[in-house]
Design a binder for this molecule. Structure first.
Ligand code: ADP
Ligand code: MG
Ligand code: ZN
Length: 628
């Protein structure tokens, strides 16, 4: 059996609508200007209203009187020019003209040409009418103008509503199609994420030769879900896959489905799947699927009917794949917790690929990728920078390098040095430096607050080592105490978590010890400490009283209302105990911190004094002050 594929029958949706030439405002102005000019030109060469009209006999009389220097013959019309000084005064015409027109008699006058020659009148000939091409253009101009205007407006409209289709293309899928070679990215541009890359390679391999896998009875995943915190490279990885895959790659963002009229999202899904099936084997990528894939029935996020329809359509389409249709759906989200469970069922997005924040090795690789085009000074140690950026996502690291390049440019240096990179790191972590005026009294409170964090962090055995303390306000913070773990933590010990709460409470406790009262500056510390304690008790079974039980509190679902009530799976009584246990844990830790700081008051004072003087203290300075 011969394979029968019509040539050019593949659906193709270019990334941008085809350019219609001459459809900007500038072009319309040109069309108007040119038509106005042509009209003027044509009318001045044919117009008779400007000339004095005289009888034919009079014309001949004037020629005989040598009063005419030039005539232009245009069909039966004659336009003549009087000799200077020979312009006759005309009784009934106020306007004295140097030109005149007259009309030739219907029968040819054999006398005329010899007469003109005899009196040395210059003779010129003009075609009767505007030339045909000019006439054609003149006739077309209004039409061209309207057509141009129509396209211009329709393009404006469709630009706002859809990238594809024209004025009437609203329901067309807006998926961008990448064919092999159109996407420059490859997996080499993605650092780390080796597991994820391996998974995706497997899929590409399957799409290349589906038969081989089918013979082995292997079921190929229909859907792959990329999950991970923002900025970990989900979109990047998908784009790299488009570059690697040998098959058409349809890409759309979840939010694009839900953009407009009700019902359009579902239609777009259908169109996109139809397109993909026609060009199978193919890959469909739905970015930020949580914007359509949120659990149904929550009534959240606005326009939920539309969203539910769209989601249902996705589910239908994925179920509708027949076994021989090699279409794989790739999706990405940073909120897997809010996804509708139906999406995660077998036969749909049953393969999950988790993208973690990069570890040190991956951070180094990411820094290398993004500093490829940045001239680095000799003192730059990317390895050290990588170890000082625990918790940074790929996007943060990219941002760091860019901030450093911007800073370097501002200082008019030609190379990015290590100091600048470190300054950029602080900016990414803490926000831009603020230049607000803080009174001495306030400064003192802030200095003690930060010193409290720092002393506790230095003295508690399980706390992460200190990197620096500063009372320079940045972003929203008035000061900062930075700790940098030596290694990434993958598993958190109870002792470590308790000490972390201790460090968080250190600031507030120091204020209370020194000034006898607390300030509002500890809001964030308290929030973090409470959240940590909550997690320890409800998720990690770290309360003796409650025992090794995990509770589902509503807090993963940030929305209130129905879902919250559904999410809590314990009794009112247990809720009471949980609250008590959280409070008890935090208070216990607070007691330890109070004792610690009271016993080390001298160190606290020394650190605060040094901070007031220098504003920023590094790790070694802090160590010295605390130990001696
Ligand atoms: P997500 O979609 O997961 O929120 P993106 O893929 O949009 O994140 O990543 C944002 C940017 O961060 C990317 O454009 C890329 O420049 C950078 N980035 C993130 N992760 C990596 C990585 N592993 N390797 C290289 N660059 C990365
Ligand atoms: Mg993304
Ligand atoms: Zn604090």
């Amino acid at each position: 059996m011969a394979e029968n594929k019509p040539a050019g029958g593949e659906p193709k949706r270019p990334e941008t609508p085809p350019e219609l030439p001459g459809l900007g405002w500038r072009y319309i102005v040109w069309v108007i200007a040119i038509s106005a000019f042509m009209y003027y030109y044509w009318s001045t060469t044919t117009d008779s209203g400007l000339h004095q009209s005289i009888a034919y006999s009079e014309f001949k009389a004037r020629v005989r009187a040598d009063a005419v220097t030039k005539v232009t013959l245009q069909g039966e019309r004659v336009i003549g020019t009087y000799r200077a000084g020979a312009v006759p005064a005309q009784g009934n015409q106020t306007r004295s003209s140097t030109t005149f027109t007259t009309t030739l008699p219907p029968v040819n006058d054999p006398e005329l040409i010899p007469l003109l020659e005899q009196h040395h009148v210059e003779i010129d000939n003009k075609p009767t009418e505007a030339p045909w091409w000019l006439q054609a253009i003149m006739a077309l101009i209004p039409w061209l103008f309207f057509i141009a205007l129509f396209f211009f407006i329709s393009r404006r409209v469709s630009e706002r509503f859809a990238q594809g289709g024209g004025l009437f293309g609203f329901s067309k899928s807006k998926a961008r199609l990448y064919r092999k070679g159109t996407m420059q990215l490859s997996f080499d541009d993605v650092a780390g994420l080796d597991n994820a890359k391996a998974d995706l390679r497997e899929i590409t391999a399957y799409l290349k030769s589906p038969e081989r896998y089918r013979k082995l009875g292997a079921k190929i995943p229909r859907g792959i879900l990329l999950m991970g915190p923002p900025g970990t490279g989900k979109t990047l990885l998908a784009r790299a896959m488009a570059g690697e895959a040998d098959v058409p790659f349809f890409s759309i963002s979840g939010s694009e489905f839900v953009e407009m009229f009700v019902g359009v999202g579902a239609a777009r899904v259908r169109d996109m799947f139809i397109d993909a099936k026609k060009s199978a084997p193919a890959i469909i990528f739905i970015d930020e699927i949580d914007s359509v894939g949120r659990a149904r029935g929550t009534g959240l996020g606005g326009g939920h009917d539309e969203r539910e329809q769209t989601l249902n359509q996705i589910l239908n389409e994925m179920d509708g794949f027949s076994a021989h249709e090699a279409v794989v759906v790739l999706a990405a989200t940073n909120r897997p917790d809010v996804l509708d469970p139906a999406l995660l069922r077998p036969g749909r997005f049953d393969r999950k690929v988790v993208l973690d924040l990069p570890d040190k090795k991956a951070r180094l690789a990411i820094l290398k990728i993004h500093s490829r085009e940045v001239p680095l000074a000799a003192d730059v140690d990317l390895e050290r920078l990588a170890s000082l950026t625990v918790g940074f996502s790929g996007a943060d690291l990219e941002n760091l390098v860019n901030e450093a390049a911007l800073l370097t440019g501002r200082e008019e240096k030609s190379q990015v040095d290590m100091n600048t990179l470190m300054a950029a790191r602080d900016k990414v972590v803490l926000g831009a430096r603020r230049e607000n005026v803080i009174s001495e009294a306030e400064k003192k409170v802030i200095a003690y607050h930060e010193s409290g964090h720092a002393v506790v962090a230095s003295l508690l055995p399980h706390a992460d080592p200190l990197d620096k303390v500063t009372i320079i306000p940045r972003g929203r913070a008035l000061g900062a105490t930075e700790q940098i773990p030596e290694e990434e933590h993958y598993n958190l010990q109870q002792s470590y978590l308790r000490d972390r709460i201790g460090v968080l409470l250190g600031g507030r406790t120091a204020e209370r010890l020194v000034f006898g009262e607390v300030s509002s500056g500890a809001e964030d510390d308290l929030k973090q400490a409470t959240r940590l304690a909550q997690h320890m008790i409800t998720h990690w079974g770290m309360s003796e009283r409650l025992g090794p039980v995990a509770f589902r509190r509503g807090e993963e679902h940030i929305f209130l209302g129905r879902e919250m009530a559904q999410a809590r799976d314990f009794s009112e009584h247990t809720a009471q105990i949980i609250d008590d246990e959280i409070r008890k844990l935090v208070k216990e830790v607070e007691q330890e911190v109070i004792q610690l700081l009271t016993a080390h008051r001298t160190q606290l004072d020394a650190l605060a004094t040094a901070l007031l003087e220098k504003e920023t203290l590094g790790a070694s300075e802090i160590r010295q002050l605390v130990s001696g």
